[in-house]
Design a protein around this ligand. Structure first.
Ligand SMILES: Cc1ncc(COP(=O)(O)O)c(C=O)c1O
Length: 486
């Protein structure tokens, strides 16, 4: 029998190989990191796809060096870097080093958090972090929860638990009330739960993009008048576009009045739990039945790291299933799978644990404050600029605006095309990245600031690029029109 080359297996006998491989990987990563000159290189989807498609997956390379070189060519050389201060597009944070230290252990040891007998202390580390988060929320002794893969899964689980209270009510009679600016995972969850798209009632928002409680009350009353059952109200604590925080206390009152499950999607705003100066903005969150917190947004954790936290552990029951091979009914071990939608599950909690044990919560909260302060400072400095039309003052750390060229006003279609073209041109230049969204159907650009190292000068620089790129594109666009008119 030929000897199998087993050195690839993580094992004490292969410690030297492991150390050498990871060492080579770390050197490679640091070399790349030091060579980063902007948030992106502007590679097109076609070029990226072509490179990847050209790889023969059935012909392995000889060594880690070659694999790393190929990986760089396929991905890393043109990666989008969230630590770059001119990256201001989506809700991606730069990650903190203690979490990366933990990630090495998470991946290498590969504990699975579904059962105690696959994770031992890991189960209790996760439980302590859930208790800690619950305490920060203001929940009592009965609170519980579990880490999830992200805000979408946390929202799904929150709504599953809400559905669990109405097992006998036919799906077509159940309604979920969420603001018109809530995250789309609410709609997706309704679909996944078999409730249908029409089960989500979109509640209008006020001028600051927060759920309008009077409109919520009207929607709730209309539901009951029609014989429908308001199953859950989802309040968003930090909407994706505007960072708006719904009026949690008023929503809580209405949830009680209509006996509806109260879920708070704090995927984005959850970082306020550790903010030394802005924790009060979440007042009322402690009245929720379930809360989504994304540590991979405002706790500067690598993806994935999220949690669903509930006020009363008994409500987690719809997620429980006993399997003879894993967590039999008679099991006495603490098994986290009893509360989770996943079975095999990463020990993501370790990243947050090592982060808190290294930095402490206050420093994480100061990072959160820094990005909110930055958004406010940018808005203060730029809001009078004629060429930038801001849709709102920042609530958290996003800025939504349009570039408006000097001269005769553009039709909406032209303005949308111009703003989209600015975004694409910035990506293509590799110098800055901004996002796009629509406000009442009108195309806008968006900055999401989650980098505590970014400065006012950095973001002013991004907006200067928006202006100069916009002016150039508008001039190019107008030239043919002027020539035609001549
Ligand atoms: C308010 C809100 N909720 C939920 C989510 C979904 O989170 P995830 O991308 O981690 O699934 C997002 C993502 O941006 C969000 O902004």
């Amino acid at each position: 029998m030929p000897q199998l080359p087993l050195h690839h297996v993580f094992h004490p006998a292969h410690a030297d190989h492991y150390a050498a491989t990871l060492g080579e990987g770390l050197d490679h990563l640091l070399r790349q990191l030091k060579g980063v000159a902007g948030p992106a290189t502007g590679l097109t989807p076609a070029a990226a796809q072509q490179r990847v498609a050209a790889v023969d997956l059935d012909s392995p390379l000889d060594d880690a060096g070659q694999v790393l070189a190929e990986m760089s060519q396929l991905w890393l050389d043109d990666a989008v870097w969230f630590h770059e201060p001119s990256y201001a597009a989506h809700l991606n944070c730069p990650v903190v080093v203690p979490a990366l230290l933990a990630e090495l252990f998470v991946a290498s040891v590969n504990s699975s958090l579904d059962t105690f007998d696959q994770s031992v202390g890991g189960t209790f580390i996760e439980r302590r972090l859930i208790d800690w988060t619950a305490q920060r929320i203001g929940f009592g002794e009965d609170a519980d929860g579990v880490f999830t893969s992200g805000g979408s899964q946390s929202n799904l689980q929150g709504l599953l638990l809400a559905r669990g209270r109405h097992e006998r009510v036919p799906a077509e009679r159940l309604r979920i009330l969420a603001s018109a600016e809530s995250h789309f995972s609410v709609q997706k969850s309704a679909r996944l739960l078999g409730l249908g798209d029409e089960s989500v009632v979109s509640v209008p928002t006020d001028e600051r993009h927060r759920m309008d409680p009077a409109a919520l009350e009207r929607s709730l009353a209309a539901c009951t008048d029609l014989g429908l059952r308001p199953m859950a109200i989802v309040a968003t604590a930090g909407t994706t576009d505007f960072g708006a925080i719904d009026p949690l206390e008023q929503v809580a009152d209405l949830a009680v009045a209509y006996d509806a499950w109260f879920h708070v999607d704090a995927a984005y705003g959850g970082g306020l739990l550790v903010s030394p100066t802005r924790r009060d903005r979440l007042r009322g969150i402690e009245r929720a039945d379930s809360v989504t917190i994304d540590f991979h947004k405002t706790f500067f954790q690598p993806v994935s790291s999220s949690a669903i936290v509930v006020r009363d552990r008994a409500t987690l029951r719809p997620a429980t299933w006993h399997a003879d091979y894993l967590n039999p009914r008679e099991a006495t071990n603490p098994n986290q799978v009893d509360k989770s939608l996943q079975t095999t599950r990463r020990f993501d909690a370790l990243k947050l644990w090592v982060t808190l044990r290294t930095m402490g919560p206050d420093l994480v909260g100061q990072y959160v404050d820094a990005v909110i302060d930055l958004a406010c400072a940018v808005h203060d400095a730029q809001r009078e600029q004629a060429e930038l039309d801001f849709a709102a003052a920042p609530e958290l750390s996003t800025l939504v605006f349009r570039y408006v060229p000097p001269g005769p006003p553009l039709a909406e279609k032209e303005s949308a095309a111009l703003n989209n073209a600015i975004r694409e041109a910035l990506y293509a230049s590799g110098r800055a990245m901004v996002a796009a969204t629509k406000v009442d159907g009108v195309q806008h650009l968006k900055l999401t600031l989650l980098n505590p190292m970014a400065t006012l000068e950095d973001i002013t620089g991004v907006l200067d690029l928006v202006r100069t790129t916009g002016a150039r594109l508008a001039a190019e666009h107008r030239r043919p029109a002027l020539e035609a008119a001549r």
